[in-house]
Every structure is written in structure tokens, then in C-alpha cells.
Write a protein that binds this ligand. Sequence first.
Ligand code: ADP
Ligand code: MG
Length: 360
Amino acid sequence: MVIKKLTLENFRNYESETFDFTEGLNLLTGKNAQGKTNCAEAVFYLCTGSSLRIRHDRQLIRRGSPFARAAAELVSRYGKVTLEARIFENKRELFVNGNKVARAVDFLGNMNSVFFSPGELRLVQDGPDERRRFLNLSISQTSREYCTALLRYQKILDQRNNLLKNRDVGMVMETLSVWDEQLAAYAARLILKRRAFLKKLGPLASAAHAYLTDGKEELTVGADGREESEEEARERLIGELNAALERDIRLGFTSVGPHRDDVRILIDGQDARGFASQGQARTAALALKLAEVEIFKELAGEPPILILDDVMSELDLPRRKKLVDRIAGVQCILTCTHAERVLYGAESHKIKIQGGKIVP
Ligand SMILES: Nc1ncnc2c1ncn2[C@@H]1O[C@H](COP(=O)(O)OP(=O)(O)O)[C@@H](O)[C@H]1O
Ligand SMILES: [Mg+2]
């Protein structure tokens, strides 16, 4: 999968700009705050329908403009694809090959991408939220079924949480079991899909990590909890929802389910969260991302677009070289402030950015 062209209009600090990318390494350079990450963000947004940086799409609209537009021309193994997002104050419209799509799930997965920035350290160091977000985005990119189940799950969860806040406990008790049946059914599907994904990801991440550390450290990634069938997971959840009911009514939200699950990440057998140094966390996060690239290759039958935002300067030289070697054959959009320091003479297409404009 290759992105050929990206057009931005009133997107972040871009008024109107078109990027032409090549198949290999594309190097976006420029001083700080010029628009490098904004460009990378636009590519990721077109892949996933979401940005890793923001809560509200309207933040993507250039200040003072009524709406933003981002569009990409791609070539996948099925042929040409165009993707477009029009973002307004209170809504957005998504188009695939010029046709408006009604649901985000029809937009997602037309173009796969893997995003790595210094912020991804949170994957290893922070609480479970970041890891769930990683799983949800990554699995959704290749599984429409997962994406649909996730959206339904979240919807029912919201409704259940609203109900829990209701003071009429009798009414809560009466209605809840209906929600719980549905919630547990979607939850079980999510849990099984995540487990299957982690089963693939785990060994790939270990291998990538061994490669990056010359086998000096061992990374283990896997799902929490024990193996179970979808039916078993569903029944277990019904049990857990019932057991937590009193507490949930008190708290006013649902305290058990896949929206609370975590991913296990161990370095040399120890929980990486809270224990890993900055350097270790960075290497582990990079290994996870390289594993994600491999998974997309396998599931989609072609490599994803790899976006490396500002990460080169944080890696030591041997790792940087290893990374460049490892991603040969994958289209990469790479941002950095100093081009000279980055690539060891590896061929790259350089684009310089200044104040939201490409410098000719
Ligand atoms: N919605 C927006 N409208 C106008 N400018 C924006 C918007 N969002 C971000 N910017 C500007 O974009 C710049 C940051 O761009 P960014 O791509 O993060 O920089 P870098 O080149 O360092 O990666 C800042 O100057 C910021 O003010
Ligand atoms: Mg940046």
C-alpha cells in the first residue's frame, strides 16, 4: 500500500498544500512547529478516521476557517483508492473513491498505517488506556467485524452507564439484564479477537525486540487472563457484571469488561510498566510497532504505511541503523528536524516544510 499524494486544505496550519510521496522513505524536515507532525497526522487520520493527538476533530480545522479537507490518492494491491475527509465544526463527511460513506467502519481499513512517535512510550509506561487504544485501532484497521463489535459495545456501555446513574434502583434492576446480555455478547467477541491478535503480535514483537537489542533483552507481550471460548467469555462476563452490580450502581459506571482489560508487557519477565527505563520503554514500543507492521503485511497482504514522527533523534545510532534496515520495502513518512543526522545515506525523498508550506 502506497500513498502517492496528500492534499490538505485548511488542515491545521496548512492553508492549501499538496504532497507527492515516493514508495520508499519520505523525509519531512523543518524546524519546530512548522507542520511536520500535522502532515503525518493527516495521513494517519485518513487511514483510521481518528487522530492520536486530539479528542475533537474540529481541532484539525485551521484557525479561522469554516472547514478542513484532507484527501489522499493511494495505490493498494486492488488498485487505486482515493480517500477524503471533510471536517466541519460539528460533523465530518468521509468519502471513499468519491462516494460518501455513512459509517466510519466503511472508511477505516482502506489504507493501513502504523504511527510511531515519542508519545508512543505511553504504550509501555502508562496505564491500560493507551494499550487498549492501540489494540482497538490496530485490530479495527484489519477487521471490520471487530470495529463494528467495538462500536456497538461502546454504545451499549454508554446506555448501561446512563442507566446506572438513574436513582430509581427498581427500574435499573429490571432493565439491566437486557443490556447485560447484549453487552456480554459483544464483549466476548472483542475479548476473543484481541486475544487472537495478541497471539500473533506477541511473537512478532519478541522477534523485533530481540533484533533491536541484539538478543540482550526479552520482550513478552500477551493478553491478561486465561484462554476461553466465546461462550465461556460471555458467561464469565455475565457473572462479573452481576457480581459488580452493587458497586457499579454506587459508582455510576460499569467497572468490568473489555473496556477495562489490559495487555501484559514484560521485559525480561518483569512488568514493563513502572519498571522499564525510558530507553527500554522506547525500544519495547518500537518493537510493538514493528510487529504491527508485520501483522498488517500478513493480514492485508501488503505492507502498511509507516509513519515515524520525530523518533529518529531519540534512538541511538545502532538502533537507528537497524530500524532503517528493517523497514526497507515499506513506504515510510518520517519527520525530523535535521535530515543529515538521520538516514546514513539511505535514499530518501526530501520535503522541507516551513510555516505550513512546502519549500520549493
Ligand atoms: N487548527 C490549527 N490551526 C492553525 N494552526 C494550527 C492548528 N493546529 C496546530 N497549528 C499550528 O501548527 C504548528 C505545529 O505544527 P506541528 O506539525 O506540530 O509542528 P512540527 O513541525 O514541529 O511537527 C503550531 O504552530 C500550531 O500553532
Ligand atoms: Mg512534530
